[in-house]
Design a protein around this ligand. Structure first.
Ligand SMILES: *[C@@H]1O[C@H](CO)[C@@H](O)[C@H](O)[C@H]1NC(C)=O
Ligand SMILES: *[C@@H]1O[C@H](CO)[C@@H](O)[C@H](O)[C@H]1NC(C)=O
Length: 542
């Protein structure tokens, strides 16, 4: 009987798989047993079905220990051991495609030589959102709005890259606001110099959520506790629902999805989002109407408005747009905040760099004024001066990227490469960004934390100067993806990461609690994140 109690469930990474609530047995025991039997049957059909995908049969699968290892054992090992398996697979296959077997679907790891060919493929053929949303279950996690329309890519890609400076300045106000509410130590009534234990992951996540919401939705939602809270709960619910759904065969999902409690909680999140975003949409529609009659209407510049202006038909329905906003926040906040937490943990582990980076910050302050007082040239310009900090962040991202496989795409139709290589429809492909950064044949001493790697590369020649920076897309750095469907928020994310770290460095001293060192990085398939329980001791800088 798959009845699992979640009353003692926390949101630690290893638990969400079992975040299923008790089903209170209905009086009709018979019906209940029938449901349970179907449940178990579907589950075992999926788990114990031999895994074979006709068309990808020619591509080798990496990782079976022997011909007798069950697929369930291989896919379970990938859940926790993806780093090792990506590295070993890439070392073995080098320039030929191979498959990594995840419990929900296989991913075909492609060599670099195909990157440029796939670069410009449109979402209708190679879909990035679908690859990231669980290619087989996305419809049952309410993720269709982001898979079936690419409006987020079109609008954000235009606005957040070319006008990054403007949006970063908008986000800055929330960094200032959130600083005193989201980090316990900065409470205005308690400005003592005592060390205090701070839940770094949580504080940073909230700060990033505020900054992102300000840019996306405007100044009311970004201070709405309910919306900000959601950024903490939503990823866990989403991830759990996705994992549970993918345990069942596709044909059973219409029924099985009804029995997944985390999916109901996920649905509540989407309803909350509708309640918060609906009024914003209505007031924008009104503003547009009044403007069309020649009236002058003041309105905040938000990306929600830009998306509404570009949207057509269904894309502009409240439920669709609200879901889209949740999913964008999910994608952006998770990765950005995990990156910042990693950088802070690395700084606390390599304290000798703190004074060097502070000196760079002081120099920039002397030249351009304080970071939070940037008016003229803007925050982006100010942050651009911090070459050493940028390089430190690059190194932190190199060692612990939040995703091991990136630029993932789901082939909605078969693709044939120029050399004749065939990608069957229904395949998910991705590139091993993690391996590129740890390949001893191209990276000197890949295991050494060397924060000035990128700095040295930039200063090697004048045309290298604009490369090797956070947010910059390059064949050798796929942290933000590649090509037409690369992460549209990369410039905003780069700015958020740098500005948050600058503020931490300038205002706080921080170190590990007695006896603690750099927390390990946890993995769930190709996703990687710092230990969520890890804390730092923080106090105001003297
Ligand atoms: C947000 O979360 C905090 C901490 O979990 C909780 O105390 C607060 O009541 C929540 N606020 C809302 C509006 O849900
Ligand atoms: C988002 O981050 C949380 C915790 O930081 C993690 O549990 C979850 O797996 C992440 N999700 C994705 C899709 O990266």
């Amino acid at each position: 009987m798959p009845v699992i109690d979640s009353s003692h469930c926390s949101s630690t990474p290893s638990i969400p798989l079992f975040d299923i609530c008790v089903y209170h047995a209905p009086k009709e025991h018979l019906a209940f047993s029938a449901i349970a039997i179907v449940f178990v049957l579907c589950l075992s059909l999926k788990l114990f079905a031999p895994k074979k995908s006709q068309q990808t049969r020619r591509i080798p699968v990496f990782g079976y220990r022997s011909a007798f290892e069950p697929t369930l054992s291989l896919t379970s090992r990938f859940v926790v051991n993806a780093r090792k398996m990506v590295t070993e697979g890439c070392s073995k296959f080098r320039d030929t495609p191979f498959l990594l077997r995840r419990f929900d679907s296989d991913v075909m790891v492609l060599p670099k030589k195909y990157l440029n060919e796939l670069r410009l493929a449109p979402a209708s053929q190679l879909n990035s959102a679908r690859a990231l949303s669980g290619s087989k279950v996305y419809k049952w996690t309410f993720s269709s709005p982001i898979v079936e329309s690419d409006i987020h890519q079109r609008v954000l890609g235009k606005k957040l890259v070319s006008e990054a400076s403007k949006y970063l300045d908008l986000a800055k106000t929330e960094l200032e606001y959130g600083w005193s509410t989201d980090i316990p130590i900065t409470d205005a009534t308690d400005r003592t110099l005592e060390w205090k234990e701070v839940d770094i992951s949580h504080s940073v996540r909230t700060l990033v959520a505020r900054m992102t919401s300000k840019v996306m939705l405007g100044s009311i939602p970004c201070r709405n506790e309910e919306w900000i809270n959601m950024t903490t709960d939503f990823p866990v619910r989403m991830f759990t629902t996705r994992v549970l759904l993918s345990l069942f065969p596709a044909w059973s999902l219409p029924v099985m999805s009804q029995f997944i409690p985390s999916r109901y909680r996920l649905k509540q999140h989407f309803k909350t989002a509708e309640r918060i975003i609906g009024p914003l949409m209505k007031s924008h529609i009104e503003a547009v109407q009044r403007r069309s009659t020649g009236a002058h209407v003041e309105e905040e510049d938000t990306l929600l408005h830009s998306m509404m202006d570009a949207a057509t038909g269904k894309e502009n329905e409240i439920a669709e747009m609200a879901a889209r906003q949740c999913l964008i926040a999910f994608a952006g906040v998770n990765t950005t905040s995990n990156t910042i937490a990693n950088v802070l943990f690395d700084l606390a582990a390599h304290r000798e760099w703190i004074s060097i980076l502070l000196k760079e910050i002081d120099g920039t302050t002397a030249e351009l004024g304080k970071m939070n007082e940037q008016e003229g040239a803007g925050l982006k310009h100010w942050l651009g001066k911090l070459e050493k900090l940028d390089s430190f962040i690059m190194e932190s991202m190199r060692i612990n990227p939040v995703m091991l496989l990136t630029s993932a795409r789901y082939a909605t139709q078969p693709q044939t490469m120029k050399d004749g290589f065939h990608i069957p429809g229904g395949t998910t492909v991705a590139w091993p960004n993690y391996f590129y950064h740890h390949d001893p044949s191209t990276v000197a001493e890949p295991d050494v934390f060397d924060p000035m790697r990128s700095h040295r590369k930039r200063h090697a020649s004048s045309e290298q100067m604009t490369k090797h920076t956070v947010g910059r897309i390059d064949v050798n750095n796929l942290a933000f993806g590649y090509g037409k469907q690369a992460c549209p928020g990369r410039m905003l994310a780069a700015g958020q990461i740098k500005a948050t770290v600058v503020k931490f460095l300038s205002e706080f001293e921080f170190r590990y609690p007695e006896g603690k060192t750099r927390p390990t990085v946890c993995g769930l398939n190709e996703f990687s994140f710092p230990d969520l329980e890890a804390k730092l001791l923080v106090r105001l800088r003297r």
